[in-house]
Design a protein. Structure first.
Length: 202
């Protein structure tokens, strides 16, 4: 069980084979077996190659007129404990793997829902723009700082600019320089919330 020969163990104090933790509990064990006449539990010993082994022991105190001694029996349960630990570890890893799998599935589901939502918004915007284009109105979409976001085709035809030339320009400073336009744009800016898009018609 621990790799020693009988000759090597002869005359050895059994306490010398115990781990430091087990030695610290040895006095408690002696008190128990003297009081109860028996003791059982787990103890940890070191094998000849310094490997820690776990024994399940059941000892009896035998008293005779001339001498008192302990009848001891022990079973090495090291491999069983390791197998149980590996099984528990395997179970824990499986549970963690399932949690990760659920998390990934949840993230993928959220991503899919977000993509669907974006696609719906995109389709709505495209539908809105097609309607506006068909109305033949000279319209501009601008942000709160009057930067042109989207010039509609009719506006480009009316002004001679291309869409590429207009996007990013400040409509108030670079396109609508007349007082009438500036007054209308300023009034429109007062009415809209900061950060919202605005549509301007000519």
């Amino acid at each position: 069980m621990i790799g020693y020969t009988p000759e090597e163990l002869a005359g050895t104090n059994f306490k010398d084979l115990m781990t430091v933790e087990t030695k610290a509990l040895f006095d408690k064990y002696l008190k128990e077996i003297c009081l109860e006449k028996s003791a059982m539990g787990e103890l940890h010993v070191l094998s000849k190659n310094a490997e820690e082994r776990t024994w399940l022991y059941h000892n009896y105190l035998h008293e005779e007129a001339t001498e008192t001694y302990v009848i001891a029996s022990a079973q090495d349960i090291t491999d069983r404990i390791r197998a149980e630990k590996e099984m528990l570890n395997s179970k824990r890893l499986t549970e963690e793997s399932e949690k990760i799998k659920e998390l990934v599935n949840d993230l993928n589901r959220q991503k899919h829902e977000l993509e669907e939502s974006r696609e719906e918004v995109k389709l709505s915007e495209e539908k809105f723009k097609r309607i506006i284009e068909n109305m033949q109105l000279g319209l501009l979409e601008m942000d709160a700082d009057n930067i042109i976001i989207h010039p509609y085709e009719r506006f480009c035809e009316m002004t001679g600019y291309t869409q590429k030339e207009l996007v990013g320009k400040n409509a108030l400073d670079e396109i609508f320089t007349g007082k009438m336009y500036k007054s209308k744009l300023s009034l429109q800016n007062v009415k809209k919330l900061k950060g919202d898009k605005s549509v301007f018609e000519i």
